[in-house]
Design a protein around this ligand. Sequence first.
Ligand SMILES: [Zn+2]
Length: 540
Amino acid sequence: MAEEKLRDSSLACGDVEGKFDILFNRVRAIQKKSGNFDLLLCVGNFFGSTPDAEWEEYKTGIKKAPIQTYVLGANNQETVKYFQDADGCELAENITYLGRKGIFTGSSGLQIVYLSGTESLNEPVPGYSFSPKDVSSLRMMLCTTSQFKGVDILLTSPWPKYVGTFGNSSGEVDTKKCGSALVSSLATGLKPRYHFAALEKTYYERLPYRNHIVLQENAQHATRFIALANVGNPEKKKYLYAFSIVPMKLMDAAELVKQPPDVTENPYRKSGQEVSIGKQIPAPVEESACQFFFDLNENQGRKRSSTGRDSKSSPHPKQPRKPPQPPGPCWFCLASPEVEKHLVVNIGTHCYLALAKGGLSDDHVLILPIGHYQSVVELSAEVVEEVEKYKATLRRFFKSRGKRCVVFERNYKSHHLQLQVIPVPVSCCATDDIKDAFITQAQEQQIELLEIPEHSDIKQIAQPGAAYFYVELDTGEKLFHRIKKSFPLQFGREVLASEAILNIPDKSDWRQCQISKEDEETLARRFRKDFEPFDFTLDD
Ligand SMILES: [Zn+2]
């Protein structure tokens, strides 16, 4: 008996636009080098808009595709004529039109869902478009059973709208403006492991994204979205993508849901509501980047304002890329109306500083990312860099005031990363006393604290999505706890308030430390002024 085939090795391709010879010669070269592939999946425009002698040679059998090729249908009126049968048909030997929409299973059991054409919200739908009904019927076909976990591959021609949210940069393509919201909706429902699209004449491999909400839902597999460029493009952008996967139905559940280290939040879960189907999805409100840069300095003015160096036309020279957006209201996203702006004391490019509400001391501050990130594990390198810069600067600042910094993070029952920075007067105790206090009080509560070396990265220790607590001493040493089930929310604060350290036990609950808004404003003003000589955001 023949051994059962466990995986399909496939190639995915962007817009061919009639350049069949270039594509198939390339495929031949790849197969010669790497061995044969099972399938070639083409998304985007397979045919060009101009009359085509090259196609005649394939159609009549003079030339033959070197691999079983599956293509999506037309995206414009000019090429509708090539796709006679809406249910799919053979276009030439080895070249098959999949059809308007449906499910196709590869020889190994790979499940491939396809949707041809571009989005249309108007009835009647043109022959080269899909409608909200097409998308809902595809979802109905698959997603209605409780056993449904996802599909292996989704093929669409347009990009899903918003796919760049929370992800790496998508280059010139603004995913908030272009792409199809219906495709986003389809991807949300189908949870493909791979999603291929084209039409934007560029290559974009997004960081994999999660299909579950961390700490609220069971782990599910991640999705990789890959947009491919057009065949034979002069800039040599990637248009062919080789991959080989075991169908998910044959995979061990634990193996399937293993999270890649660079996994991000789901780009389509916005404002707590899933992108919905059958109605036009309103674009999220464009916040002006200026909101991040309200004037903190009141009458103080910027250091360089008289030198003319900041006379650039933009009053806000440090506009960052739009940061990740929260799934719902957030107290700490700087652009969010919930933020208590009067507590904000310094704003960088990716992070900002705010006084802690009901802080342990008047100069207890938080380092917060401007965009919505849940924990340090999720931060991109550039954000981490600025977090470290803030930490180092605060250490110097507090040192000049006779204090050492203790920093802690609790990634448990919190939605937006908050690095608590608590200055402890040098006269109170030594660093080792602080360390001992944490270790002793952790033991009393059966909390296992792991010592991790200086400069080591939490990312190497904590899996994305895993709950944890750590405290970082002014030496850079860290004590780390992996939270399994529950964790006393006030732990870090309680230890610092205890007799062993700050000796203000009545302040261990922040709610007991509330002061009036006027007093908060006064403290914030004082902090800004004191911190100004250390403020690196005023440097060029
Ligand atoms: Zn947030």
